[in-house]
Design a protein around this ligand. Structure first.
Ligand code: SF4
Ligand code: SF4
Length: 194
């Protein structure tokens, strides 16, 4: 059964849109004078004077990335490449390297000799954070990438990523796994296997 949708009835004034346009213009002019000449507390301004004023970001805001630290200041990252594999924008570049042979982590895990994120290409999806098995990369800094006209300012290298604290001011995170060399470590190495 066909269903007929009746056309809305519009007057000539509605069709011409002039009255509505005039109303909108009157509101704009009223606000202009009110916000220009009245006292500060009487002004109605929906915008902020960015960057001198910034709005509070919501609790779950994904800020710019940071690489977390171990207690000795080294990167928590083990260069497993999970984040760069998960990244849909392909904006993470990592070069893994081996620890020195006298380091307890040698043969068990690697470290990122190079770790770069192109923050301009990033879509801030958070997949890299979800993919990381070590809590080594976070987006809890509470800040966004500073504006710049220079493309190179958006290429964050390892040192830059490690220099940014979380919004609570901390750098160190706990390893959700065993630390190589600690007494609770099961002694698994790449050679011995599981
Ligand atoms: S937030 Fe998304 S796009 Fe940005 S680096 Fe992480 S995985 Fe890639
Ligand atoms: S940040 Fe995490 S997921 Fe990415 S390479 Fe390092 S340990 Fe792996």
């Amino acid at each position: 059964m066909a269903y007929k949708i009746s056309r809305p009835k519009r007057t000539l004034g509605d069709q011409a849109f002039f009255p509505e346009a005039a109303k909108g213009m009157a509101l704009t002019i009223r606000r202009f004078f009110k916000n220009t000449f009245s006292k500060e507390e009487n002004k109605v301004i929906a915008t902020v004077r960015y960057p001198d004023e910034v709005r509070d970001y919501p609790e779950r805001f994904r800020g710019v990335h940071r690489l977390t630290h171990r207690t000795d200041g080294s990167p928590r990252c083990v260069a497993c490449l999970c984040c760069s594999t998960a990244c849909p924008a392909q904006c993470i570049y990592i070069e893994p390297a081996e620890y020195d042979t006298d380091d307890p982590r040698a043969g068990y895990e690697r470290y990122p000799r190079v770790f770069v994120i192109d923050e301009l290409r990033c879509i801030f999806c958070g997949y890299c954070v979800e993919a990381c098995p070590c809590d080594a990369i976070r987006m809890d800094t509470g800040v966004h990438v500073p504006a710049s006209f220079d493309r190179s300012h958006f290429i964050f290298d390892k040192e830059t990523l490690m220099s940014i604290p979380g919004k609570d001011g901390t750098y160190v995170t706990e390893n959700p796994r065993h630390e190589p060399g600690d007494p609770t470590h099961p002694g698994i190495t790449r050679e011995q296997g599981h």
